[in-house]
Design a binder for this molecule. Structure first.
Ligand SMILES: [Zn+2]
Length: 569
C-alpha cells in the first residue's frame, strides 16, 4: 500500500500536480516554435529541462514557473525546434573512416579519382595501402573509355600506383575496385573462380576489369586486413576511436543525437563499451551486431547491452545482409536485370543460416534486422520472419527489413500482416533513380521501387536514414528527398510515392525511436523523455520546399546539454 502511495506521489510530482513549489529547471528554451511530434500537444512555445530529461513543455507562462536562480535560459529567437534527429540506418565506423580516407563521393569522373589516388600515392610509404570509398560509375559526367559495364579498367590506376595496392570501395559498399598490385597480393588472376555470392568481373575476352562485386570483395579486403593487423591492437583501436569521434562531431553538426549502426563486429562492440564506460561517447548509439551463427551462439551472452555510459550505448539487435545493392548488380531479384542478361543478382548470405539466426533472435528477444534490397531478398526475408512471428503473433518484436527497396506489390501487405518494419532511406531513391529503370525496366521501377507511400498507407512503420557513408549524413537532403523524390536532374521519381512533411519528420524522430524500442525515451518532446533537442534555421513544415535542403542546425542539445552551436546563432 505504501508503495502505491509512493508511486502516486511520484506521478503527481511528474505532472506537477499538488506540489507547492515547482522544481527548478537546469535549462529553459523559450521563444521557440516547437514541433513536439506528440499528437496530444503538437506545438509549444517553450520547454524546461532538468538534468538530462524534459521537465515541462508548454506555453511560455507554463514553463517560466520552473525558472530558478541557477536556470540557464536560451532564447530561440522564434526558431523551429524539434526532437533530436535519429539516423535510422548508418555505419558509424564507415562514416568516420570516410572522413579520414579518400572520399570519392563527389568525384565527377574516373579521371578525377585517378588524380586523387596519384596524390595519395605521393604521400604514402612504399607498400602502404591506398584506401578510398564512394565512387559510383552511374554518377560520373562521362563514361570512362575503355570500360566494361561502365567500369573502367584497373590499368588506369596501375599507371599512378604501380607499387602501392589500391582498394576503392563503391558508394554502396557492395563492390570494390582494386589495382594490379592489390589483385596480385590477393592472388587473383584472370583464371580465379568467383566465390559464391560474388563476382570477379571480367570482360567478354576474359580480362580482369579490377572490380570485385559482393563477396568477391573479401579476397582483397582479406589481404588489406592482414596488412592492418600488422599494426598493434592499441594502434588500431586508436585509429578506430578517432573515426568514431569524427563521425560523432559530424552528427552533432547535423542535429543527430542518436545513431543506429547497421552492423558492427563483437570486437567493435567491445571497444564501444569501453568508450561508454569512460564517458567518452558524444552521441547516443544503438548498434546491430553483424556475425555468423557460430560466433553468435558463442557470444550471445553479450546481449543485451542496455543504455550503458549514461544512456549512450544500447546493443540488442542482429544484422544480416541477404543480398547486395542495385547499383552493383547485387540486389537479389525474382526476374533478371533488364541490363544484364539472365543475371538475377546475388544471394550473399545462406538462407538456412539466416533461418537459424532468426530462431536464436526470437528465443532471446533480440531484434532481427535483415538487409534486403531486391524483391527476391525481400520475399525470402518476410518468409523467414513469418516462420518465427507465427509462434506468437502478439509479441512486440519490431523486426526490421533494412532498405525494403524493391518489393513485389503482393509482399507489401505481408509486412503489415506480420508487423514488420520497413527501414527505408529516402535519399537512396533520388540518388539511384537515374539508373533504376535501366536496371529493372519501367514496370518494376513504377510498381516496386522505394514504395514508402504504399507501405505507410498499408499501415507499415517506415523509418528513415541515409545509410551513411553510402550517402552523406545530411538529414535535410534526406528529408527533402523523402517529400519531393526530386532527382538531381530536376524530375520527380514517381512522385505519387512522396511522404508528407509531417510523415518525413516523424520518420526521422518518433518512428526511428519506435523502430529501436526507444520511443519511451526519445522521438518526441514530452515531459519525462530525454532532453535531446534541435533548434533549426528553417521551419521544416512550412518553409519553401527548396529551403528544406539548405536548412541549418543552429543548436543541438543532447541530454540537456548544448552539444553543438552554430557560430552564427
Ligand atoms: Zn547499410
Amino acid at each position: 500500500m505504501i508503495d502505491l502511495f509512493k508511486s502516486i506521489a511520484a506521478i503527481l510530482l511528474m505532472m506537477n500536480i499538488g506540489t507547492t513549489a515547482a522544481q527548478e529547471a537546469s535549462l529553459i528554451l523559450k521563444n521557440a516554435r516547437i514541433q513536439t511530434m506528440d499528437a496530444t500537444r503538437p506545438t509549444a512555445e517553450a520547454l524546461a529541462i532538468l538534468g538530462d530529461r524534459i521537465l515541462k513543455v508548454g506555453s511560455e507562462a507554463d514553463v517560466i514557473k520552473y525558472q530558478g536562480r541557477d536556470t540557464k535560459i536560451i532564447d530561440a529567437g522564434g526558431s523551429f525546434v524539434m526532437p533530436g534527429l535519429i539516423e535510422g540506418h548508418g555505419h558509424i565506423h564507415g562514416m568516420g573512416a570516410s572522413l579520414i580516407e579518400l572520399n570519392l563521393m563527389k568525384a565527377a569522373s574516373w579521371e578525377e579519382i585517378v588524380d586523387m589516388v596519384e596524390q595519395a600515392v605521393k604521400k604514402a610509404k612504399p607498400g602502404d595501402w591506398i584506401v578510398g570509398r564512394g565512387w559510383h560509375q552511374e554518377k560520373w559526367d562521362r563514361k570512362p573509355l575503355p570500360s566494361h559495364l561502365g567500369y573502367p579498367y584497373h590499368q588506369t590506376l596501375d599507371m599512378v600506383s604501380p607499387r602501392n595496392p589500391v582498394m576503392l570501395t563503391h558508394a554502396s559498399g557492395h563492390s570494390t575496385y582494386a589495382n594490379a598490385e592489390a589483385l596480385r597480393q590477393a592472388g587473383i588472376t584472370a583464371k580465379t573462380a568467383s566465390p559464391k555470392g560474388g563476382d570477379i568481373v571480367r570482360d567478354p575476352s576474359g580480362n580482369l576489369v579490377g572490380v570485385l562485386e559482393e563477396t568477391a570483395q573479401g579476397l582483397v579486403y582479406g589481404v588489406y586486413s592482414k596488412w592492418m593487423s600488422l599494426k598493434s591492437e592499441s594502434e588500431r583501436k586508436a585509429e578506430w576511436q578517432r573515426s568514431i569521434r569524427l563521425a560523432e562531431e559530424e552528427c552533432l553538426r547535423h542535429g543527430i543525437t542518436t545513431f543506429v549502426d547497421a552492423g558492427s563486429s563483437f570486437k567493435q562492440i567491445e571497444w564501444m563499451r569501453e568508450l561508454a564506460a569512460q564517458d567518452r561517447l558524444k552521441i547516443r548509439h544503438w548498434m546491430m551486431v553483424r556475425s555468423g551463427i557460430e560466433s553468435l551462439k558463442k557470444q550471445v551472452g553479450v546481449f543485451p547491452v542496455m543504455n550503458e555510459g549514461k544512456g549512450r550505448l544500447t546493443v540488442n539487435a542482429i544484422k544480416v545482409s541477404l543480398d547486395g545493392a542495385l547499383g552493383s548488380y547485387g540486389a537479389w531479384l525474382l526476374e533478371p536485370y533488364s541490363d544484364r542478361t539472365g543475371f538475377m543478382g546475388q544471394n550473399t548470405f545462406s538462407v538456412p543460416e539466416l533461418r537459424e539466426i532468426a530462431r536464436l533472435a526470437w528465443d532471446r528477444n533480440i531484434q532481427l534486422c535483415v538487409h534486403a534490397i531486391g524483391d527476391r531478398a525481400n520475399r525470402e526475408t518476410v518468409d523467414i520472419f513469418a516462420e518465427q512471428i507465427r509462434r506468437d503473433q502478439r509479441k512486440d518484436h519490431r523486426w526490421r527489413v533494412e532498405h525494403a527497396q524493391h518489393v513485389h506489390p503482393s509482399d507489401i501487405p505481408r509486412f503489415r500482416a506480420w508487423n514488420i518494419i520497413a527501414s527505408m532511406q529516402g535519399i537512396h531513391c533520388t540518388s539511384d533513380a537515374p539508373y533504376v529503370p535501366k536496371r529493372l525496366g519501367e514496370e518494376r521501377a513504377a510498381t516496386e521501387s522505394y514504395m514508402w507511400r504504399s507501405f505507410i498507407d498499408a499501415g507499415v512503420l517506415v523509418n528513415n536514414g541515409t545509410d551513411v557513408p553510402v550517402e552523406d549524413i545530411d538529414p535535410f537532403a534526406n528529408l527533402h528527398a523523402s517529400v519531393t523524390r526530386l532527382t538531381t536532374n530536376g524530375t520527380a521519381f514517381y512522385p505519387e510515392q512522396r511522404m508528407t512533411r509531417a510523415e518525413a519528420l516523424r520518420s526521422y524522430t518518433l518512428d526511428n525511436a519506435k523502430a529501436m524500442f526507444q520511443d519511451n525515451d526519445k522521438g518526441s518532446i514530452v515531459a519525462g523523455k530525454l532532453a535531446d533537442i534541435v533548434v533549426m534555421s528553417e521551419d521544416l513544415l512550412n518553409c519553401p520546399e527548396n529551403k528544406i535542403r539548405s536548412a541549418r542546425v543552429r543548436m543541438t542539445i543532447l541530454g540537456g546539454v548544448v552539444a553543438y552551436r552554430d557560430t552564427d546563432f
